[in-house]
Design a protein around this ligand. Structure first.
Ligand SMILES: *[C@@H]1O[C@H](CO)[C@@H](O)[C@H](O)[C@H]1NC(C)=O
Ligand SMILES: *[C@@H]1O[C@H](CO)[C@@H](O)[C@H](O)[C@H]1NC(C)=O
Ligand SMILES: *[C@@H]1O[C@H](CO)[C@@H](O)[C@H](O)[C@H]1NC(C)=O
Ligand SMILES: *[C@@H]1O[C@H](CO)[C@@H](O)[C@H](O)[C@H]1NC(C)=O
Length: 409
């Protein structure tokens, strides 16, 4: 493709202007909802505001769920060799609104429970054409990483349709050309050690890519047009302490000015930028719901229709086929946090500055405890490791509940 940059920008602007008018023709959609599908187990999701469909990465079945919130219709797309393969999960999913292309990342079931110690096996980026309803290609990410890094868990697009896949063990970015033929390890840390957990979430704004989850606790920005990814730190004002994170998301309704970060321990953190992400302000955190299922872990924020939702993974469910398989759950609630996000955004700009130090969410010590725990353990006892990781997560949540609530009060 030999479009000039300005032609691409014009094309992108034209395409994004169109869907907004389409979506405004649909009835407003907001409020809590529940999808009733046996073993759905969402890990990540993305909403196509052009077609009104929600694309869901179904973790344990390693398949794609397509939900229409307006009609409640549900469709499952399975990928031969990946879906129902006990050695693969499906997490990150992202739709390129411009093309209708859906990208999904298939990862191994043991890398997160072992904190990156076990990254063996094939990993895939799958490209699915939602209009033609067919798989277009799949890219073997174990080949491009030479099996040295993994934890692939999310994907996003630049305006030319190139894909960027974020890996967390350690924090990496892999660029894949639109046709899937060119795969470039695009950003790698100085030392490749899969037990050093890094970036967990990415979100693109035009040619910029925001990335979060590095142990530095900083929000990073990359210029996707560069040959190699070079992280720049986006200065963030407001009392924000780094807490372990998962997916990040720029809801369409805020026109890329608001970044939501899923912090598993505390809730959805809200950041706002009024200068195109040259700088950002931390506005506060929407806490986890009070009636949270004890096995639920916050994994991603997503816009569905006009609402903003928290997505939970149910890591506490015991797999019917053993560890790393689906449990028996059928009801998957999506919790609407739109009003809470709006309230945080409406707060006076200087409000955050006035907050006292003790209102900060103290989760950094947990994070570093996690690191220490990882280096102490051996790679063998995966089951024990999973359990201790899981229960530590629970304890952490109840300890920090009040602080998270105070933050939004
Ligand atoms: C997951 O797979 C099981 C079969 O193993 C099937 O019964 C179930 O309907 C699937 N669920 C979804 C949401 O795809
Ligand atoms: C994926 O790549 C790895 C590493 O090069 C290789 O060992 C494996 O066989 C490939 N998988 C498939 C199905 O081609
Ligand atoms: C699901 O499994 C749990 C144990 O993991 C069990 O307590 C519960 O009764 C099961 N529910 C159904 C509907 O089978
Ligand atoms: C990788 O990092 C861990 C700490 O996270 C350390 O214990 C281990 O020795 C490192 N491995 C290598 C090969 O440097």
């Amino acid at each position: 493709m030999h479009l000039t940059t300005s032609a691409l920008l014009l094309a992108a602007t034209a395409v994004t202007a169109h869907p907004r008018s389409q979506s405004s023709r649909r009835p407003p959609f907001q409020g809590d909802f529940t999808i009733s599908q046996y073993q759905l187990y969402p890990e990540n999701a993305d909403f196509d505001f052009k077609t009104g469909k929600l694309y869901i990465g179904q973790l344990w079945n390693a398949s794609l769920g397509i939900y229409d919130p307006y009609t409640q219709q549900y469709e499952v797309v399975e990928f031969p060799g990946i879906s129902h393969n006990p050695l693969l999960n499906m997490g990150g999913v992202s739709i390129d609104i411009r093309t209708g292309r859906v990208s999904l990342v298939a990862n191994g079931p043991l890398e997160f429970p072992t904190n990156g110690a076990n990254i063996a096996g094939d990993r895939w980026l799958v490209s699915y054409d939602a209009k033609q309803k067919k798989e277009v290609y799949r890219v073997n990410l174990t080949a491009s990483s030479q099996g040295e890094y993994g934890g692939f868990q999310d994907v996003d697009y630049d305006p030319a349709g190139n894909m960027f896949v974020v890996g967390s063990f350690p924090g990496t970015l892999t660029k894949v050309s639109k046709d899937g033929k060119k795969v470039t390890p695009w950003y790698l840390p100085a030392t490749i050690n899969s037990t050093n957990k890094g970036l967990t979430g990415i979100a693109t704004v035009g040619w910029d890519l925001l990335a979060y989850g590095d142990a530095s606790g900083e929000l990073w920005k990359f210029d996707t047009r560069a040959k190699k990814g070079v992280p720049m730190v986006v200065p963030v004002s407001g009392n924000h302490n780094f807490t372990p994170s998962d997916a990040i998301y720029l809801p369409h309704k805020y026109e890329n000015k608001v970044l939501l970060v899923a912090n598993s321990a505390t809730g959805v953190s809200v950041f706002e930028s009024k200068d195109g992400w040259k700088s950002a302000k931390y506005k506060g955190t929407v806490p986890l719901p009070l009636q949270l299922d004890p096995g639920a872990v916050l994994v991603a924020p997503v816009q569905v229709g006009d609402g903003i939702y928290q997505i939970f993974a149910y890591f506490g469910d015991s797999g019917l086929g053993g560890q790393g398989t689906a449990g028996n759950r059928t009801q998957f609630p999506f919790h609407d946090i739109s009003d809470q996000v709006d309230k945080l955004l409406q707060k006076c700009d200087d409000d955050n500055q006035r907050r006292s130090q003790d209102e900060r969410i103290p989760a950094a010590h947990w994070y570093y405890k996690g690191h220490q725990r990882r280096s102490e353990k051996t790679t063998e006892d995966e089951i024990i490791e999973t359990a201790s990781w899981y229960y530590k997560g629970h304890q952490r949540r109840s300890e920090q509940f009040e602080e998270a609530n105070v933050d939004t009060a």
